[in-house]
Design a binder for this molecule. Structure first.
Ligand SMILES: O=C(O)C(=O)C[C@]1(C(=O)O)C=C[C@@H](O)C=C1
Length: 274
């Protein structure tokens, strides 16, 4: 038993807390560094790594004469808080990547997709009417991964799928340019999804035409394609309206056969894949 009274004991605890918070501050520095190196939210969460840390600190606790259970509970709470911190740092980093967009059209404007669009994107990509020709509508987690994928594309290529909205700011869908595989080759593709209740008004054609112009005039692409499910006549019509013609069938995707429509830009400056 200690010879200290309760105030003396608490003074010892307070002194240790000062050291522990200093150490947490140093730990935070490296956790944030780790977060910046990670590609997406799953990598931030790193459950395998969490388990390794827990196993390690339980062993250290036993060596040091501390309760392994107390140490584990403390670490699980601390790591959960650090994961939240890493996620917020990670998202603000992705959202700050600069990205130019196609020009406004008569009725639409483009802007980079952010995590603030998650509700709208999850509703769009989760709608069976919009996703008829996909293997399945996307879950909320898949919609989140879609936002992350586009943000990575902005950072790596300077383009991706952008949010399209009316000039008044109403969410219409997404449309943009991504690199896709066609029979094993990388091709620049224009893609589009329009809210089911806004389809049939020519929005996809208007947005896809602006992306075609951006691909040709800003990216200096020499070719643009649209990869389309063979039964998706509405999407094929959009591709044809912006000047594309049937080029080939693709056999390399999750769907057995996809039709590839496309067009060349012979006058382009010829910058290829960036
Ligand atoms: O090791 C990492 O990857 C970290 O980001 C650190 C840390 C941690 O706090 O220990 C945080 C988040 C991950 O879930 C795993 C571990």
């Amino acid at each position: 038993m200690t010879s200290l009274d309760i105030d003396g004991v608490r003074a010892e605890i307070d002194a240790l807390d000062r050291q522990i918070v200093q150490l947490i501050s140093q730990r935070q520095h490296w956790v944030v560094e780790a977060g910046a190196l990670k590609a997406d939210r799953d990598a931030v969460r790193a459950p395998d790594r969490v388990q390794k840390v827990i196993d390690k600190v339980r062993a250290l606790a036993e060596e040091a004469g501390a309760s392994a259970d107390v140490v584990e509970t403390t670490y699980r709470a601390m790591i959960a808080a650090f994961i939240d911190l890493e996620l917020s740092v990670h998202e603000s980093h992705l959202a700050s990547v600069p990205c130019t967009t196609p020009n406004d059209t008569e009725r639409l404007r483009f802007r980079p997709m952010t995590f603030d669009d998650l509700e709208s994107m999850a509703a769009l990509l989760g709608d069976p009417a919009v996703m008829t020709y996909y293997p399945a509508p996307k879950t909320r987690d898949e919609a989140r991964a879609w936002v992350e994928w586009n943000q990575r594309n902005y950072g790596e290529h300077g383009h991706g799928l952008w949010v399209i909205e009316t000039r008044e700011g109403e969410f219409v869908g997404d449309c943009g340019l991504t690199w896709q595989k066609v029979n094993g080759r990388a091709e620049l593709e224009v893609g589009y999804h329009v809210r089911a209740d806004l389809q049939g008004r020519g929005y996809a054609t208007e947005a896809a035409a602006a992306c075609r112009d951006f691909a040709r005039d800003v990216l200096g692409a020499t070719k643009l394609v649209a990869i389309i499910h063979p039964d998706n006549a509405a999407s094929a019509r959009v591709a044809e309206k912006i000047g594309m013609r049937f080029l080939e069938e693709d056999h390399g995707g999750a769907i057995a056969v996809r039709r590839v429509l496309g067009m060349d830009f012979p006058e382009a400056r010829g910058r290829g894949r960036s």
